[in-house]
Design a protein around this ligand. Structure first.
Ligand SMILES: NC(=O)c1ccc[n+]([C@@H]2O[C@H](COP(=O)([O-])OP(=O)(O)OC[C@H]3O[C@@H](n4cnc5c(N)ncnc54)[C@H](OP(=O)(O)O)[C@@H]3O)[C@@H](O)[C@H]2O)c1
Length: 272
């Protein structure tokens, strides 16, 4: 389905780049199927040269012939960008609109652009950049299964994909979209532990990153409960359980869970 679709990516910042890079990397679309926008000409010229896609500074030009419009600007800019598109008649052909803005409901966007265009709300994450992303999508009032199928085709090129009811999207934001930052922090802290014990930082970083990858793959591929996988590592009276007790003394579980809870609450306050 994607092979004959034109995709407009409005706001080619961190996430816009991750999505475009994921799409191009998978070779599911050709560069000439993608048009993107940024705010300044020099930025646009550099992106066109680097990625081989059409990069413009006028959102209306980018959207005019697009089948799919991906809104990748910050939540605070969604209203202004959407109002401008509707005012200039750029959505008259009723493309599928997919917003990745945190905390911004499909109802809010429909309130601006009307109910002609199907709207989806998507929450990807930065690992989409390397094809290891996690994206969750929910439907707006006019979106149908065929639109979700199209979103699935797009985001599956850059990782895993699932659909959920919109009521879960702020939680998804605090979990799998903010989550990479939480994991980087944990990786950095574990590396510090190795460095404290005398490992060179570069080696410690490789050890921790590969270990994190392996542990995540174990959860996904075995389907076992994480507690059961943890039990497989902890020999009675061994070193791992000794380390775990120190982490538990520091309330690591509730700290991490509360981190997600707080990120989700703040996500809900970012947009509308
Ligand atoms: N970062 C994440 O991990 C993540 C994960 C999931 C979802 N999201 C969501 O993704 C969206 C983008 O986040 P981000 O981190 O990628 O932000 P970002 O790096 O600031 O990207 C936003 C881009 O939009 C551009 N922009 C602003 N106004 C514009 C306009 N009127 N027309 C065209 N382009 C415009 C910005 O240009 P300037 O640089 O010139 O301002 C910037 O390049 C947000 O809504 C966020 O909630 C982010």
């Amino acid at each position: 389905m994607l092979s004959d679709k034109k995709i407009a990516v409005i706001g080619l910042g961190t996430m816009g780049h991750a999505v475009v890079n994921g799409l191009l990397r998978s070779q599911s679309v050709n560069p000439d199927q993608i048009s993107a926008t940024v705010r300044t000409k020099p930025q646009a010229e550099k992106i066109s040269k680097d990625l081989g896609i059409k990069c413009l500074t006028d959102n209306v030009d980018a959207v005019n012939d697009a089948d799919i419009v991906l809104l990748c600007v910050k939540p605070k800019d969604i209203e202004k960008v959407s109002e401008n598109l509707i005012k200039k008649g750029a959505l008259k052909h009723n493309p599928l609109v997919i917003s990745i803005a945190a905390g911004t409901s499909t109802g809010f966007i429909e309130g601006i652009i009307g109910q002609q265009c199907p709207v989806l709300r998507a929450m990807p994450n930065t690992p989409c950049f390397i094809g290891k992303g996690m994206t969750v999508v929910s439907k707006g009032s006019q979106a149908k299964d065929e639109h979700v199928a199209l979103a699935k085709e797009i985001f599956s090129t850059m990782g895993r994909f699932t659909e959920l009811e919109e009521k879960h999207m702020d939680t998804v934001t605090g979990l799998s979209a903010s989550g990479p930052a939480f994991i980087y922090l944990i990786i950095e802290a574990l590396v510090d532990g190795g460095v404290m014990r005398g490992l060179p930082r570069q080696i410690a970083t490789e050890l921790v990153a590969q270990m994190t990858l392996g542990a995540a793959e174990m959860v996904l591929t075995t389907g076992k409960h994480p507690a059961s996988l943890k039990d497989e590592v902890t020999t009675p009276a061994g070193c791992t359980i000794a380390g775990i007790l120190v982490l538990e003394d520091g309330r690591i579980r509730s700290v991490l869970a509360r981190g997600v809870e707080t990120a989700a609450k703040v996500a809900g306050e970012l947009g509308r």
